[in-house]
Design a protein around this ligand. Sequence first.
Ligand SMILES: [Zn+2]
Length: 166
Amino acid sequence: MQCIGPLTVDWPGLLTFRLRRAGLAALLLCGVALGFGAAPAQAAEPTGEHVLQGQLLFIQGTGPVVKTAAKEYPLAGRYHYIFQTLGDKRLRNDEVRLEGSFQADGNFRVDNIYTLHHGEVYRVRYFCETCNIVGLGPGKCVCCQQPTELQEVPVNKKDKKILITH
Ligand SMILES: [Zn+2]
């Protein structure tokens, strides 16, 4: 059994809150595998060379695209889970800020995904409350196989409020 995370250390308030509610058994179960298969993009990754900001759309036959004021750019993901996140129906039509780079095939390869709400920047993550761990992309928790919850976490650390918009 393999768990990814936990990567809540950046958010001490949240961690405390979650720990109170998390099942101890699940924590222990997941604890042995922590650090194993860790999230590459959650660490201090170099950010992309370019930033595109616009509406995240999904076009049949093309896939995820971002529609900026100038044009629509078809999207690729640096990692598979990033591509899966870009295709997440719950994020569709949201305003996003994408860091990445333009590829020779015309796609914009996304390294980091942020959402924007009322001018605030949020990072997207998939959280399992039972196991108190963060998964990389949409889907089931790697520990308990229950669906994870899509959360949007403010990048500005002074604001601890987590949006659960979906
Ligand atoms: Zn779980």
